[in-house]
Design a protein around this ligand. Structure first.
Ligand code: SF4
Length: 330
C-alpha cells in the first residue's frame, strides 16, 4: 500500500540514495504542480517527503510546502527556511563527505566503496552523535568479489566501535549493522509499492533515479541512450499507471521473498541496471547485503555476551553470500 509521496522540488534536488543526480540546471517544480502534488498526496493519505536543492526556494513556496505535514530531505548544512522552526524527527541531511555537524536526526552519507574504506575512522566518530547514520554506497555496481574481505573487515572494525557504545548504554543506529538486528521481516526501499516519486515535470516515477535516467536519456538496460526513454508511471492528470505493479512486490521476487537479509535495500533501479529486470537482484547487491547481515549477527551475539538484547531476533548462521548460489534450497 502506498504510504509516501516523494516530491523532487527541483532538478538539482539532492540525490539521497544509490543513484547520483547528474542534472545540473535548475528546473523548479511550478507552484501549480506542487499544489496538485500535495492534493494527490492528501487524497491518498500519503506522507510527503520533499527533496530540496541547495539553493533557497522563492518565498511563495514556503507556505505551500508547509500546508501539509512533511519530511524534508536536504543537502548537509542547507536546512530549508520555510518559516517554521519545528522540524520533523524524520528530516534527513545528505552529505557526500564526512560532515563536521549534523543538524537533523538522520544523516545519509553517500560514499563510494573506496572513499568509505579511506574514511572508516571518521565514520566511527559519527556513531556516538546520537543520530541515525545511513551509509549509502554509491558504486554498488562496481563491487567485485575481491573486495569481500575488505568489506567484512571494515564492518568488523565498526562492530567493535558500536559494541563499545552499547556497553556504555547508548543505542547507536547505523543502517549497515544495527538495522538487521532489529528486524523480524523485510524492510526494503519498496519504490513503487510503499512510495512513489513526483518530479518537477508533474510525472510520477518509481524513484528519483528513474527520473534522472529519463532526463539523461538513459535506457538503463545496458545503459543505452535512447531519445525516447520514458520511465514515468503516470502523471498528476491521469494518476498513477504502473505496469504490472505486482511484479515490484516481494512476493514476486523468488530469491528475495525467502531471503533474510532484511536490511537489504532491494534497489529496483540497481536491479534493472545490472540484471535488466526490476525484480531480479544483482550478485553485487546480494553479496554486500549478506556481508552486512552476517556482521549484524556477529554484533548481536557480542552484545548478548554483555546482557540480554532483542531475544526475539534470531539470525542463523549461513554459508553463502548470494542466495542465487544456493537457489535450489530457496
Ligand atoms: S540480499 Fe539479494 S535476495 Fe536478499 S533481499 Fe537483498 S537483493 Fe533480495
Amino acid at each position: 500500500m502506498l504510504q509516501y509521496l516523494v516530491i523532487i522540488l527541483d532538478d538539482t534536488s539532492v540525490a539521497y540514495c544509490h543513484a547520483d543526480n547528474p542534472l545540473e540546471e535548475r528546473n523548479l517544480m511550478p507552484l501549480e504542480t506542487l499544489k496538485k502534488g500535495i492534493l494527490f498526496g492528501m487524497k491518498q493519505n500519503l506522507m510527503i517527503q520533499y527533496v530540496f536543492p541547495d539553493y533557497a526556494l522563492p518565498e511563495e513556496y514556503a507556505s505551500i510546502i508547509e500546508s501539509i505535514d512533511n519530511v524534508k530531505i536536504y543537502p548537509i548544512g542547507k536546512k530549508p527556511d520555510t518559516g517554521l522552526n519545528d522540524e520533523s524527527e524524520a528530516d534527513v541531511e545528505v552529505a557526500m563527505d564526512i560532515p563536521e555537524n549534523v543538524d537533523a536526526q538522520n544523516l545519509v552519507l553517500r560514499l563510494s566503496f573506496s572513499e568509505m574504506l579511506k574514511q572508516k575512522d571518521e565514520i566511527v566518530k559519527l556513531f556516538a552523535q546520537g543520530k541515525r547514520i545511513n551509509l549509502c554506497i554509491t558504486d554498488v555496481e562496481q563491487f567485485a568479489d575481491e573486495q569481500i574481505e575488505a568489506y567484512k573487515q571494515v564492518l568488523n572494525e565498526w562492530n567493535t566501535a558500536l559494541l563499545d557504545l552499547y556497553k556504555q548504554g547508548q543505542s547507536p543506529q547505523f543502517n549497515l549493522l544495527t538495522d538487521r538486528m532489529m528486524l523480524e521481516k523485510m524492510h526494503n526501499c519498496e519504490a513503487g509499492v510503499s512510495n512513489i516519486t513526483l518530479a518537477p515535470n508533474g510525472k510520477f516515477y518509481l524513484c528519483p533515479a528513474f527520473y534522472y535516467d529519463e532526463r539523461m536519456q538513459v535506457f538503463n538496460q545496458m545503459n543505452h541512450h535512447q531519445p525516447s526513454s520514458d520511465n514515468s508511471v503516470g502523471d498528476l492528470e491521469k494518476g498513477l499507471d504502473i505496469p504490472n505493479p505486482q511484479l515490484l512486490k516481494l512476493n514476486y521476487a523468488p530469491l528475495c521473498r525467502k531471503c533474510d537479509a532484511y536490511q537489504c535495500r532491494r534497489c529496483l533501479w540497481l536491479n534493472r541496471k545490472l540484471t535488466w529486470d526490476l525484480n531480479t537482484p544483482s550478485h553485487q547487491q546480494c553479496v554486500m547485503a549478506h556481508i552486512e547481515r552476517n556482521a549484524s549477527r556477529d554484533l548481536l551475539n557480542d552484545i548478548r555476551k554483555v546482557g540480554e538484547f532483542m531475544p526475539e531476533i534470531n539470525i542463523k548462521e549461513i554459508d553463502y553470500l548470494d542466495p542465487f548460489d544456493v537457489r535450489k534450497e530457496f
